[in-house]
Design a protein around this ligand. Structure first.
Ligand code: SF4
Length: 284
């Protein structure tokens, strides 16, 4: 059974299956946010316009017959927030509420309504310290119905964690297996990032037993440098490798030592802070 607010025991949750059981909101201890998060899965159909080789969403089984609605999201969020408010004083401070489900949230029509709901609940429950986080591949970051919401969201402790694992059209196709255009995606990142700060989330991993070679990631560094030169406000880079088994067997984590080498490359050439997430933990 999925956890209910009434039987809350924080743990590393397997949120992939909660939507199978009719839930849209799931609790998780996130290594990247460093504490308790509530995640919202808007992509119960597991739809994504990327098909990353390292994706952990199992699309082999049919998705649950569950369509996200604003009413259900509100009811589930209130259940968790009421429970957490009752337990105030314990170690379960809510670090963030994140939109990070089984696909791309910016492709979901009700996203703007969800943002409005989150802003309202944040005020009502006085969650000043709780971040709102959007995980995105950036494909819909230019949606017109979202544009007017960004200032209010950013004033309410909001972060956009922007996926960037690629550095040209070829790597985008190879790693993220999408038909989307590299130039257009990076244009969207630049256009958004010139006004609003973003956190880059970049997954680095071994593919088909290739040998580790730091030089291979030089074009990634050059792309980030070019984004910065064009005025993209990159707050920090989160470089991570695989922590859980992806659906493709040929994708494997780099070792801690290999990730250290990669971090040295990034830190020696980029001024932005680089947070490193190993296979099994975090380097602060
Ligand atoms: S963007 Fe995220 S959900 Fe979509 S395929 Fe990639 S890892 Fe999976």
């Amino acid at each position: 059974m999925a956890q209910q607010p009434s039987e809350f025991k924080p743990s590393i949750s397997n949120h992939d299956r909660l939507s199978d059981q009719g839930h849209l909101v799931y609790p998780v201890f996130s290594r990247r946010s460093g504490g308790l998060s509530l995640g919202i899965n808007l992509n119960t159909d597991r739809g994504c316009n990327f098909d990353c080789v390292y994706c952990q969403v199992d699309r082999s089984a049919p998705p649950p017959p569950l369509k996200p609605s604003i009413e259900q999201i509100e009811a589930e969020l209130r259940g968790w927030l009421d429970k957490l408010a009752q337990e105030e004083g314990n170690d379960h401070a809510l670090r963030d509420i994140s939109l990070a489900g089984d696909g791309e949230p910016t492709s979901v029509k009700i996203l703007s309504e969800v943002f409005r709901l989150l802003l309202d609940l944040k005020r009502e429950y006085q969650l000043d310290e709780t971040k709102l986080v959007l995980f995105t591949n950036g494909s819909g970051i230019d949606r017109k119905d979202l544009a007017s919401l960004w200032p209010e969201l950013y004033a309410a402790n909001f972060e956009v964690w922007f996926k960037l694992d690629y550095w040209d059209q070829d790597s985008l196709v190879r790693i993220n297996r999408t038909r989307l255009n590299f130039e257009r995606l990076t244009e969207k990142l630049i256009e958004f990032g010139q006004t609003y700060p973003v956190i880059l989330q970049s997954c680095f991993f071994r593919w088909q037993q290739e040998a580790f070679d730091c030089a291979k990631y030089q074009p990634y560094v050059q792309l980030v440098q070019s984004l910065l030169e064009q005025g993209t406000k990159i707050e920090k880079i989160q470089a991570y490798t695989l922590a859980r088994k992806p659906t493709e067997d040929e994708a494997e984590p780099w070792s801690n030592a290999e990730m250290d080498q990669l971090a040295s490359l990034l830190r020696s050439t980029l001024k932005q802070p680089v947070e490193l997430f190993y296979e099994t933990g975090t380097e602060e």
